[in-house]
Design a protein around this ligand. Structure first.
Ligand SMILES: *Cc1c(COP(=O)(O)O)cnc(C)c1O
Length: 363
């Protein structure tokens, strides 16, 4: 097999090697089925077992109580921006959004089509360098829900605590830190993640939904955008993204059984991120972190160099040294190292060493 490089892409992103290897072993003929998972009926016994195992592994991994459902819905996180607003916002209602970065803003623009949207806090004027403290949130006690983004992938900022929102249902876009650390599951009414950052291939969202929310879903929504219908049919109203569900299930199993759970994964992620933030902090200002220190993301490390042409050279030379995907998002510039669960510590060490050497030559 051709050598794998260190893939620092923000998404689609690196997957755990044991998962890819298992998928390769089972690619042509899934054990007992005599065909690929890609070729299986979504109503077959073999696929039902894959689907059940994926849900069970996710529930166990996140410690979800029984009154939470795990749904697999096509369309990624952006579809969830639309779907959650269609289901829980309405012409006569208002929803609260924490506007902490680019993805939060996108979620807000989609929701605005369906009802009133309030920013309970906005980091826009500060160029999204930090997450807000709870006291800063101007919450509406009558809001249909409060929506926040736990990790802003583009800016590289993360919050590790849920906003305190009282009785209002709490919704979270956890696309880029899903599965990366333990969460207080029962604080959430709805939590969703586009799979391609930390959970699997692209094109699907994993949706965690508290069951009582289903009673609020209005009649007459388009079928595929109706959480109640999706839940009643256990994500199988139409043909689901079967192969993506299969890989996501393998990733959850890998985290649970091989890594040993989310506490362990979190400890590894902290150590990995520390390597890169130390390199930034010890560079005497050559590398500048975008995020304020207390809001630094453990998943996406964003930084700039003294000049744009140095940044371009950094990205090119890193690529030649086997480290790809380090160019920052076009809206923020600079560099970004996405170091999701599946990025090995060796990848962060290699990048740290490269950063030190690049500075020595160019600083
Ligand atoms: C990538 C990302 C999205 C968009 O995901 P799609 O699957 O492309 O729709 C939304 N929110 C966050 C936080 C993301 O990182």
């Amino acid at each position: 097999m051709e050598q794998r490089i260190f893939n620092f892409s923000a998404g689609p992103a690196v997957l755990p090697l044991p998962v890819l290897q298992r998928a390769r072993e089972e690619l042509v003929s899934y054990p007992g089925a005599g065909m690929s998972v890609m070729e299986m009926s979504h109503r077959s016994k073999a696929f039902a077992a894959i689907h059940e195992a994926a849900k069970a592994n996710i529930k166990a991994l996140l410690g979800l109580p029984d009154h939470y459902r795990v749904l697999f819905i096509a369309g990624g996180a952006t579809m969830q921006f639309i779907m959650l607003a269609m289901n829980f916002l309405g012409k006569d209602k208002s929803a609260d959004y924490v506007q902490c970065g680019s993805w939060a803003s996108k979620a807000m623009s989609e929701a605005k089509r369906f009802g009133a949207v309030r920013a309970v806090w906005s980091g826009k004027d500060e160029n999204y360098v930090r997450m807000p403290a709870n006291e800063e949130l101007d919450l509406d006690p009558n809001a249909a829900y409060v929506h926040f983004t736990s990790n802003e992938t583009i800016q590289g900022i993360q919050t590790r605590t849920e906003p305190e929102v009282g009785e209002t249902p709490l919704f979270c876009d956890a696309s880029s830190d899903f599965f990366s650390r333990p969460i207080a599951a029962d604080k959430y009414a709805l939590l969703y993640a586009g799979a391609q950052k930390n959970a699997g291939p692209a094109g699907m969202a994993v949706v965690i939904l508290r069951e009582d929310l289903l009673e609020l879903v209005p009649e007459g929504l388009p079928s595929l955008l109706d959480y109640r219908l999706m839940a009643e049919n256990d994500s199988l109203y139409n043909t689901p993204p079967c192969y993506t569900i299969y890989i996501t299930g393998l990733v959850a199993r890998w985290l649970k059984d091989d890594v040993g759970g989310l506490e362990k994964m979190d400890a590894v992620n902290r150590a990995k991120a520390q390597l890169l933030y130390d390199a930034i902090d010890q560079s005497g200002g050559f590398y500048k972190g975008h995020a304020r220190t207390d809001s630094r993301s453990l998943m996406n490390v964003t930084f700039t160099l003294p000049e744009p042409d140095l940044e371009a050279r950094f990205v090119t030379e890193a690529k030649a040294a086997g480290m790809d995907g380090l160019k920052g998002h076009r809206s923020v510039g600079g560099c970004r190292a996405s170091i999701y669960n599946a990025m090995p510590a060796a990848g962060c060490e290699a990048l740290r060493d490269f950063m030190i050497e690049f500075q020595r030559k160019n600083g």
